[in-house]
Ligand binder design. Sequence first.
Ligand code: 5GP
Ligand code: MN
Length: 334
Amino acid sequence: MTIQIDDVRIAAMRAAFAVPRRAVLVAHKGPDGDALGSLLALQAFLLKQGHTVCAVTPNACPEFLRWMPGYDRSTVYMTNRAEVDRAIAEAEYIFHLDYNDLARTSDMAVALSHAGAVHILIDHHLQPVIQATWSFSEPSMSATAELLYEVLHAWDASLIDRDIATCIYAGMMTDTGCFSYNVPRSETFRTVAALMDYGIDRDAVSAAVYDNYSEHRQRLLGYCLSRKMEVYPEQRAALIVLTRDEQLQYHYVEGDSEGFVNYPFAIRGIRFVAFIREDEDRIKVSLRSRGDFDVNEIARRYFNGGGHRNAAGGDMTLPLQTVVGRFYQVLENL
Ligand code: 5GP
Ligand code: MN
């Protein structure tokens, strides 16, 4: 299935950006490889065109993503609030990358919703609720980065370079577990081939992301699998709950539990996994599934969240045991 990127919107954007503009680029809270890769690829593209760019993540991204080209030029809202608020107030264009709801930008949502700028959405989540003048919303895309590649390619292919291609590849690789899920379209691999032609180093990207953990993180993973994982063969489900105390014990830093939710799938028969983490001020839930099992619906109904059919999440300020109780409720209703 080829996704046709609408020429009318691209032409309008090309015309709008024919003169130097002030743009703010935003990715979602708890930035993952796709969020950061999309953010930095677009940052590089717009800078090459000569625009004034403020690329922001609501909070800091995990250590293992900070190698990405252009990272040093991006900003974190939590630590540079005044500067970003000013950029948002002065922005002519605001790009929303890899989220479908302003709530996913956390503390930035108020400032963004009051901004007088033209809003542009580039995202692959289901059911977007962001009102954008130009909206590129394609849930069949493996990653926002893949959709962004199509947009940039249609906009001005001559500006795509090795750094931009690297960021886009990193976004696609991380959102698909190295192309092992959420890749329904053969075109995705054609895009990877095109990115390789820009000279990206796939081995280096893979090593930078997956062979770059701390010893503490690796031991925490072992602890979660051996001591914290509960398996429910009848429901073909598994659960891992990680408390705040356990995190402290393993010197947890942001991003350390990224990907833990995928490990139980290695057990034969498992098709539904929940990972519940007790953070300082909230409970974060990650849900994953295989096949037709829809975790987007479960995230919406039980965990104040959403996402994709096979990868969703939510966060809540309820007590940990209440959130865990909701998981058991889901199991009972299966
Ligand atoms: P993760 O489990 O890796 O944090 O998130 C997986 C996917 O679930 C994300 O790509 C996003 O679509 C969705 N997601 C995660 N947390 C939330 C949340 O708090 N609210 C909503 N609406 N979606 C979320
Ligand atoms: Mn994504």
